[in-house]
Design a protein around this ligand. Structure first.
Ligand code: G3D
Length: 196
């Protein structure tokens, strides 16, 4: 009887886990986003002035309502991008960060994004594009970014959302991540139904 009750209790407390990769070219703001997300959801994030450039990768586990969201921030430098695909089969969501205020790297960011979404293992996986650094006066608007990235053409076959944010201050992050988590959850459930 005790083991039955204890099993039931553990089942009630058990939290589902959803895994997501945080991608984007270097300097887009991935690590700042991860650290800010940790502090928005009750963990101790690192202050922006102490964030070192990402060598290798960072992991963040955040509890959002009853779900544990695990974020893998894979380094964005071109030498790290070749290993991103090793993580694709494990994830239920992609968060792609763009520096909206750096027009010189938009083409590189777009080419990187196209390569990511073309990968077999990411077919149908929901994608959130965060248009970061919206606090900067020169930041491109969502409309301008959508035109340059051709989002409408690229994302007809998966859940996709582009959201403005300022990772430094945190604006826009919570709404964006909640959208992604809800879609990642739907995706995970559809995958587990397929396996039954
Ligand atoms: P990365 O992990 O994608 O390589 P980082 O990028 O998170 O290391 O951020 C790169 C730089 O962009 C950092 O500045 C960081 O403070 C800045 N940054 C990140 N998000 C924002 C934002 O929303 N607004 C502004 N204005 N800056 C941002 P430094 O000076 O440390 O290189």
């Amino acid at each position: 009887m005790f083991s039955l009750l204890s099993g039931l209790w553990q089942w009630l407390l058990q939290k589902e886990e959803r895994r997501m990769v945080l991608l984007g070219v270097d300097n887009a703001g991935k690590t700042t986003t991860l650290e800010k997300l940790k502090s928005l959801f009750g963990l101790k994030g690192m202050p922006p002035e102490r964030i070192p450039p990402t060598i290798g990768f960072n992991i963040g586990r955040i509890q959002i309502d009853k779900v544990i969201a695990v974020f893998w921030d894979l380094g964005g430098h071109s030498s790290f991008r070749s290993v991103w695909h090793n993580y694709y089969s494990e994830v239920q969501g992609v968060m792609f960060i763009v520096d909206s205020a750096d027009p010189t790297r938009i083409e590189e960011a777009k080419a990187t994004l196209v390569e990511v979404i073309s990968h077999d293992k990411l077919q149908g996986v929901p994608l959130l594009c965060l248009a970061n650094k919206q606090d900067k006066p020169e930041a491109l608007s969502i409309q301008e970014l959508s035109r340059l990235f051709e989002f409408e053409r690229l994302f007809s076959e998966r859940p996709f959302h582009v959201h403005p944010c300022c990772a430094l201050q945190g604006q826009g992050l919570e709404a964006g991540v909640r959208w992604l988590l809800a879609e990642a959850d739907k995706f995970a459930r559809s995958q587990s139904n397929l396996q039954k």
